[in-house]
Design a protein around this ligand. Structure first.
Ligand code: FAD
Length: 448
């Protein structure tokens, strides 16, 4: 199979690294790549940092393994190849009355990429992460053998692979359960919060009553306004809630028209001034109200603009997403938000969400609060801020999300993910030569 030498990056466009990229058409093609080793698996490249990069090594772009294989219309059990995207699942199954059990904030990710990061959605407080809904996976191991793993069969492999960042084997097929919906609309409610305490109270109050919840925080607000923002809530709307005319076609696929950023500007157009404007317009467009809204705008607001990551210019950007245990959440959040406000490195987007428990050995969620912040442009002082944030998170007993990370040190990773040794033992059992690797894996000591 022919390889092309390419410059690759994750969604954050930092780092950018060259690699030999293969685009196999079938699992047989993929098998040919295994003896060569030094292989990184890649889906749609929506992880932010270096999880699907392999400096000067081999990268297998697996998006052509994208067939639907089986569907049970009674239970919603779907089997598909790993390269199927969530957008394709929605396109085919929303009109039939089924929705994803868990979805990240973009639909342009592959099923395998989503399992490898054990993604969470706005419903983590009641639905956990994606692995909860995965029944089994067919994995192509480094030995060339294909095995089926589940909670019952090879559970060590199953739990090392869900959240295992593509380092245990190729997720060739996955079987997971979709959830039934009567309409493709959501009952939506927006509630304003005046400060962090009010924000946390509001989330605690509404979480039990809504399928989905997430909060947007004004990252420039400090002092008594620290943590002010808007809580966004949603539940799948039942048929009876639609206006009579709409009840005749309650399940439209509601993907919005896409504008696109054709090329990156030479510098980031995201700066303190534009962030201030963005925050004002966000507060204005998310006034307190209740409404019926389409699923696409609710779950995927950023998908409406193609390649929006280019707005950050050629330096790229970083999303720092962390989670802290419940009892440390308030204090850690205050310290983290204050640290950012004082640093003058403005965050263009600050998102807060409450998590429930997790299962995978390297899965990110834990019971507590998670906060994600986007920062434009890399520089030495900015990287020092990220390191200080990582340290604060580690001290609180929390962790940083690997799917968004490009900077975490090996020592901090090991402190944050206490089951890493158990994971490494599984990796050595199923990939003793270390054929599956990545730039992230080498940085964190997850592959030789
Ligand atoms: C706008 C935006 C919003 C997001 N919101 C969320 C969110 O709300 N919640 C959340 O959890 N995440 C979120 N993410 C992160 C995203 O869901 C994950 O990074 C996801 O893993 C990306 O999938 P991908 O197909 O693009 O995979 P890639 O980024 O290409 O790869 C991700 C990982 O999957 C591995 N992998 C890829 N294919 C395979 C395979 N066939 N077998 C085994 N391993 C494989 C790779 O090696 C890599 O480690 C968001 C990302 C963006 C850009």
């Amino acid at each position: 199979m022919r390889a092309v030498r390419k410059r690759l990056s994750g969604w954050g466009r930092f780092p950018v690294e060259e690699a030999w990229v293969y685009r196999p058409d079938s699992l047989e093609d993929v098998r040919e790549l295994l003896p060569g080793g030094n292989l990184t698996l890649r889906g749609l490249g929506r992880s932010y940092g270096d999880a699907s990069l392999n400096k000067d090594g081999n990268v297998a772009d697996l998006t052509r393994l994208d067939r639907f294989l089986d569907f049970d219309g009674e239970t919603g059990r779907l089997t598909c190849e790993g390269g199927v995207s969530l957008a394709e699942v929605l396109e085919v199954f929303v009109p039939r009355g089924w929705f994803l059990p868990v979805t990240p904030g973009t639909k342009f990710v592959t099923v395998a990429g989503a399992i490898a990061s054990d993604v969470h959605g706005k419903n983590h407080h009641n639905a956990s992460s994606l692995s909860r809904h995965v029944e089994s996976m067919a994995l192509l191991l480094a030995s060339g053998e294909t095995v089926l793993c589940s909670r019952e069969s090879l559970p060590d492999l199953f739990w090392a692979t869900a959240g295992g960042m593509g380092l245990t084997g190729i997720i060739a097929q996955a079987t997971f359960r979709l959830r039934r919906i009567e309409t493709s609309f959501l009952h939506y409610k927006a509630v304003r919060a005046r400060d962090l305490d009010h924000m946390l109270e509001t989330l605690e109050q509404y979480d039990p009553h809504y399928d989905y919840s997430v909060a947007w925080i004004d990252g420039l607000a400090g002092g008594k306004d620290l943590g002010k923002g808007v809580v966004l809530l949603g539940s799948h709307a039942p048929l009876a809630e639609l206006p009579t005319q709409q009840r005749r076609s309650p399940l439209p696929v509601l993907a919005r028209r896409r504008l696109s950023v054709s090329r990156p500007p030479p510098f980031s157009v995201v700066n303190r001034m534009t962030i201030r404007l963005l925050n004002t317009s966000y507060r204005f467009t998310h006034r307190p109200r209740e409404a019926l809204v389409g699923y696409d705008g609710f779950f995927y607001p950023l998908d409406g603009v193609g390649a929006w990551n280019r707005l950050y210019g050629s330096g790229g950007f970083l999303q720092h997403q962390s989670v802290f245990p419940l009892q440390a959440s308030r204090e850690t959040l205050v310290r983290l938000l204050e640290m950012v406000v004082k640093s003058r490195h403005a965050s263009s987007l600050v998102i807060l969400k409450k998590f429930g428990p997790q299962e995978g050995l390297l899965s990110f969620p834990m019971p507590g609060y998670t906060v994600a912040m986007d920062f434009p442009v890399y520089s030495a002082p900015f990287l020092a801020l990220v390191s200080a944030m990582d340290e604060l998170v580690a001290q609180s007993g929390g962790r940083v999300y690997l799917a968004k990370d490009a900077c975490l040190s090996r020592e901090r990773f090991q402190a944050m993910y206490p089951r890493w040794k158990e994971w490494l033992a599984a990796k050595e059992r199923y990939d003793p030569r270390g054929a599956f690797t990545s730039s992230m894996a080498r940085r964190l000591g997850l592959a030789p």
